[in-house]
Design a protein. Structure first.
Length: 81
């Protein structure tokens, strides 16, 4: 957004290597930067959501897979010895 505002005010400030810059290249650059930023934001949000989903599913799976404790039955006579 800042690139667009500065470029529309004075394109020479951003395109210093061009003799007579126009405003249309500034608009195209600003749109491209905005699209790249939105794609990166979307991917970051998607990965964060996947990580949260994996964390919430992990304890539920561990509880289901946890084996029951084995109890050894010992006759009372062995306990008295």
């Amino acid at each position: 957004m800042l690139v667009l505002i500065i470029g529309l005010i004075n394109p020479k400030w951003l395109l210093v290597w061009v003799e007579k810059p126009g405003r249309m290249p500034i608009v195209m650059i600003a749109v491209a930067l905005f699209m790249i930023a939105m794609v990166l934001f979307g991917e970051g949000t998607k990965r964060k959501q996947e990580a949260l989903t994996a964390q919430s599913e992990q304890p539920a799976q561990q509880a289901e897979q946890k084996p029951a404790k084995k109890v050894k039955i010992v006759p009372a006579q062995e306990l008295i010895k």
